[in-house]
Design a protein around this ligand. Sequence first.
Ligand code: DX5
Ligand code: ZN
Length: 220
Amino acid sequence: MKNKILVAPSLLAADPLHFGRDLKEAEELGVDWHHFDVMDGHFVPNLTYGIPLVKALKEKSTIPLDVHIMVSNPDQVALDYVAAGANYLVFPIESVVHSHRLIHAIQEKGAKAGVAINPGTPLHAIEALLPYLDLVNIMSVNPGFGGQKFIPEALNRIRTLKSQLTNLGRAKKCLIEVDGGVNAETAALIIEAGADVLVAGTFFYGNKDKRGALNTLRGI
Ligand code: DX5
Ligand code: ZN
């Protein structure tokens, strides 16, 4: 049986003056997770939000928080986001130093550990971590901004990763999340390639018909 596809709208595309309201509206429509794009102005050129906002919105939220930190120092700050309420903590493979140690530290704190991989980073950079990870975020744009165009080579990366996880007997234990340029045209291809979680910023929060957007992403 096919796993249900999970939809995680990215708050990056919500109204910054009304994050609490937008997050509640998304929950009422039945989204599965909230995706938070933390950017430090260093690992990526953009600067968004940090621990206090995650903490404040955690108190308002009743569904899992998927916190994607695009920072230069994940080893130093990841656990602070877990303490702030992240259910999934996703860090970049390109800036982490002690990836194996960090995965275990996140899991020991009771959260799920994920790694994100940029479009230009070979997939084998995360191979040694596949026995331990709860999630892999395949970046389908270069991180830093919402509203970018989907990079189609991501589809083959999803397929390769899915077969690696299947060979390890971990296809159901380690979710494949796809992040960037997810919309009506790309969602079906991404799901067909084997993804479990769709992150959608612009297509969800930028859409007047959010219920319709959610159904489209789920293929309904
Ligand atoms: C990119 C972020 C994405 C982004 C997705 O750096 O990690 O989560 O917000 O936005 P859209 O759906 O607009 O491409
Ligand atoms: Zn993200």
